[in-house]
Design a protein around this ligand. Structure first.
Ligand code: SF4
Length: 342
């Protein structure tokens, strides 16, 4: 990642999103902050339930009850999405920030031809556009995602999974948004189509110069696309940094375990999982939320929540091993000494 002095287009500050339950609030997004500049690609990864999709919905202000945005801000080009009036919000969605949702089939209307759905999206923001101009724009958008113009006449059920996902991308980019939030756009697609969809997203993003937040749980796929990777665990952004540093020199023990769980291409080896389960979000352990599973755990981790701190160029990690250590120490043998790794 090159040093970049451009003003951020998206700034998330101390965002908290809770789901109200009978046992108290489940803190699905817990004090998350990050920023993105125009053209930057952030991949957000983590296990199921780590808060990734809740984050995506909050960025669009689409959080539904029993979820609620408890506090924080989401600044889009300096304007807080969370305090916009309904009218401002309607105008900003699609024009300034667009969502590529999970499950393309459920986000397309099954009884409307694609061209009608695309025209609806365009005309909602540009009612003055003439039919010929709308048709030309639809054709241009379909081509931009690798679909032929005749696809516009089809219903969603006449498209393959990959085609549907491309159609959704075409709609999301209809008004050339500045920020694209892609929430697991490759879920339920086979690996070949997954790669094609990610490549299409990359081409679209490059053409628009938009910033992208790509949500995923496949570290390998996200790393192919992103230039910044953020790792979420139990609602916290536990590490964020340039993709190369995150893969080659992760600083947070959870990131390291995620990277180690990737299958190797050159060396055949048994796949290593991360032992244990994420904690319930209504009952987080005291201290670091990763402490019950962390091979590096020591006494402080069980009582004090680590704050994000700089651990490398443009790299932050929330872990008590720093700043004492410059790099992540070798994985310790299981021990109950309660002392920090040496
Ligand atoms: Fe592990 Fe402690 Fe760091 Fe948490 S703060 S990741 S428990 S070493």
């Amino acid at each position: 990642m090159e040093p970049n002095d451009t003003k951020p287009i998206l700034e998330v500050k101390n965002l908290h999103v809770h789901y109200d339950t009978g046992k108290g609030p489940a803190k699905a997004v817990n004090d998350v902050s990050f920023s993105l500049r125009p053209g930057e690609r952030l991949g957000l990864i983590g296990e199921s339930g780590s808060g990734k999709t809740t984050m995506a919905m909050a960025l669009m202000r689409l959080t539904k009850a029993p979820g609620r945005i408890a506090s924080g801000s989401v600044l889009l080009d300096g304007e807080d999405i969370l305090t916009m009036s309904p009218r401002e919000l309607r105008a900003a969605r699609l024009r300034d920030i667009a969502l590529i949702p999970q499950g393309a089939m459920s986000s397309l209307n099954p009884v409307m031809r694609l061209e009608v759905q695309m025209a609806d999206a365009i005309l909602a923001h540009r009612p003055e556009m003439k039919k010929e101009a709308v048709d030309a724009r639809i054709e241009e958008l379909l081509k931009s995602v690798g679909l032929t113009p005749e696809v516009a006449r089809r219903f969603p059920h006449e498209l393959s999974g990959g085609m549907k996902q491309r159609a959704v991308m075409a709609i999301a980019t209809a008004l050339t948004p500045k920020v694209i939030v892609a929430d697991e756009p490759t879920s339920a697609l086979d690996v070949v189509v997954q790669r094609q969809v990610i490549q299409t997203l990359g081409r679209l993003q490059g053409g628009l110069g938009a910033a992208v937040v790509l949500i995923g749980h496949d570290m390998g796929l996200v790393a192919q696309f992103a230039d910044i990777v953020g790792v979420m665990y139990a609602g916290k952004l536990v590490e964020i940094g340039p993709v190369r540093a995150m893969i080659e020199a992760p600083k947070h023990p959870y990131t390291k375990l995620l990277v180690d769980s990737l299958p190797g291409i050159k060396v055949k080896q048994a796949l290593i999982g991360i032992p244990g389960l994420p904690p319930p979000l209504v009952d987080l352990p005291p201290g670091c939320p990763f402490n019950p599973r962390c091979p590096y755990v020591f006494d402080r981790c069980r009582s004090e929540t680590p704050e994000p701190q700089t651990v490398g160029p443009n790299q932050l990690a929330a872990c008590h091993l720093y700043p004492e250590h410059a790099v992540l120490p070798p994985m310790p043998a299981p021990s109950s000494s309660g002392r920090a790794p040496q």
